[in-house]
Design a protein around this ligand. Structure first.
Ligand code: KIV
Length: 267
């Protein structure tokens, strides 16, 4: 059996320069595959809203949605670390509410850690959750739950003032106790500076190759979500084409009575 991924192992991986892999999953079968293939971190992202539930943003995703999908993912995982993404309004109101909701991910859904978005403004929530023994992953840069405040899904940290704030936020999150930080859609050089400035691993998405690890939404990597393909996505497959072909073949074979054949029948 493979060694379980823990926060200690992740810290060692950063020390050794061993790159960390993270992908999203929202269901049992995908999680089982990713786990068997040795993906270090499986994020049940609130990107669920966009790639599974068909919303335009992540804002409508609820705690109930997240717990439902995190439960399914946890059932498929043996070695990877499962991280539950705290949805919009599950941690912003106050630290007590944040802790109660973070606890539900571990107690009810089998997650090993939670992730939340933001810097200085969420430090008190991170502190409270970490002090209760729950590992927390931070998320800086393009934080999709603030899409309306950011004026769209845009690269962050291009100007000096923003750069300084993101660097400061990373250190604040580290001091508050996060075990890792996702850096989304920021310039490569800023991600490299943050990665050098903190002792915890950084996981990049659209943040260049100098982060300690990388994350992608699995449906993006597999070429299944073509509503919008961001610049930072590499499609390692075009599954949507394969699915279209397979389903068209099925329709045509059923219509022409070519399926089922003898091998699929019972006597
Ligand atoms: O929700 C999500 O999938 C995420 C990743 C893109 C980091 O937050």
């Amino acid at each position: 059996m493979k060694e379980k991924v823990t926060v200690t192992k992740l810290a060692e991986m950063k020390q050794k320069g061993d790159k960390i892999t993270m992908l999203t999953a929202y269901d049992y079968l995908t999680a089982k595959l990713l786990d068997e293939l040795g993906v270090n971190l499986i994020l049940v992202g609130d990107s669920l809203g966009m790639v599974v539930l068909g919303y335009d943003t992540t804002l409508a995703v609820t705690m109930d949605d997240m717990l439902h999908h995190t439960k399914a993912v946890s059932k498929g995982v043996k070695s990877s670390m499962v991280i539950g993404d705290m949805p919009f309004m599950s941690y912003q109101v106050n630290a007590d509410e944040a802790l109660r909701n973070a606890g539900r991910f571990l107690q009810e859904a089998g997650a090993h850690a939670v992730k939340l978005e933001g810097g200085e403004e969420v430090a008190d929530k991170v502190d409270k959750i970490v002090k209760a023994g729950i590992p927390v992953m931070g998320h800086l840069g393009l934080t999709p739950q603030s899409v309306h405040q950011m004026g769209g899904f845009k690269v962050q940290g291009k100007e000096d003032k923003q750069k300084k704030k993101l660097l400061k936020d990373a250190k604040i999150l580290e001091d508050a106790g996060v075990f890792s930080i996702v850096l989304e859609c920021i310039p490569k050089s800023l991600a490299a500076d943050i990665t050098r400035a903190v002792s915890i691993p950084t996981i990049g998405i659209g943040a260049g190759c100098e982060c300690d690890g990388q994350v992608l939404v699995t449906q993006d990597l597999l070429g299944m979500y073509d509503k919008f393909v961001p610049k930072f996505v590499k499609q390692y497959a075009k599954l949507s084409n394969d699915i279209k072909r397979a389903v068209s073949d099925y329709i045509s074979e059923v219509k022409k009575e070519k399926f089922p054949t003898k091998e699929h029948e019972f006597c």
